[in-house]
Design a protein around this ligand. Structure first.
Ligand code: SAM
Length: 209
């Protein structure tokens, strides 16, 4: 999607993907990762997800990256968080003791900015991107993240002819062809649900690079 699509959505105030509660898959599957507890987690295309707060509460340092300044401002305001404004080469953002929120394009994130990342939490990031951008997204992750990064990935599958994205339908086969060239992909949950009257499946993967 073009950046303006997302800026317009945030400006409209209608962000249907935002969850008022912590994601259930995060809570149930995160403990299955090989964790020491204080590893740094990358949350790509983070929006204003409360899942970042949960990850910080588990003891992790969190690095969120988000295109929309409004999303990050709302995250801070709605959670009564005080943060120091920061400026990095390609991104502005905010710094808190346990969390850094970068504002700008995920595709401009560098290996230097991600040198301490051990884990990735992807909910509604891969599936937010159209097919032609998904390979670039995964290739960029692979390029900037250290070896042995672990991912928790939540996707959804449905008949794309019945509904436009985002969120886009991303098949398990596509997840495997994107990640298996450099990582081990394990599906840990699959759950049917209905999205706008269309049958869909949510799938959760643990990926070890
Ligand atoms: C579907 S939302 C998901 C947000 C969050 N992961 C959640 O679960 O609520 C996708 C987010 O990605 C952001 N986004 C889209 N393209 C981006 C890019 N190239 N770089 C950084 N953020 C991007 C959008 O502004 C939007 O907030």
């Amino acid at each position: 999607m073009e950046a303006n699509f997302w800026h317009d959505m945030w400006a409209s105030g209608v962000v249907g993907f935002h969850q008022a509660d912590i994601n259930e898959y995060l809570k149930s599957h995160w403990p299955k990762l090989q964790l020491e507890g204080d590893e740094k987690v990358l949350v790509p295309l983070c929006g204003k997800t409360l899942d970042m707060l949960w990850l910080a509460q588990q003891g992790h340092a969190v690095l969120g990256i988000e295109l929309s300044p409004k999303a990050l401002e709302e995250f801070l305001a709605e959670n009564n968080l005080q943060a120091e404004a920061i400026q990095q080469a390609n991104h502005c953002g905010y710094k808190m003791p346990d969390m850094t929120l970068l504002c700008g394009d995920f595709f401009h994130l560098t290996a230097e900015q991600c040198q301490d990342i051990k884990l990735v939490y992807d909910r509604a990031a891969l599936v937010a991107l159209p097919e032609k951008m998904r390979q670039d997204y995964v290739s960029h992750l692979q390029a900037i993240l250290p070896a042995k990064t672990q991912y928790l990935l939540v996707t959804m599958e449905y008949d794309q002819s019945k509904m436009p994205g985002p969120p886009f339908s991303v098949s398990e086969q596509e997840v495997r062809s994107l990640f298996e060239p450099f990582a081990k992909v394990t599906k840990v949950e699959e759950k049917p649900f209905s999205r706008k009257g269309v049958d869909a499946l949510e799938k959760v993967f643990i990926i070890n690079s």
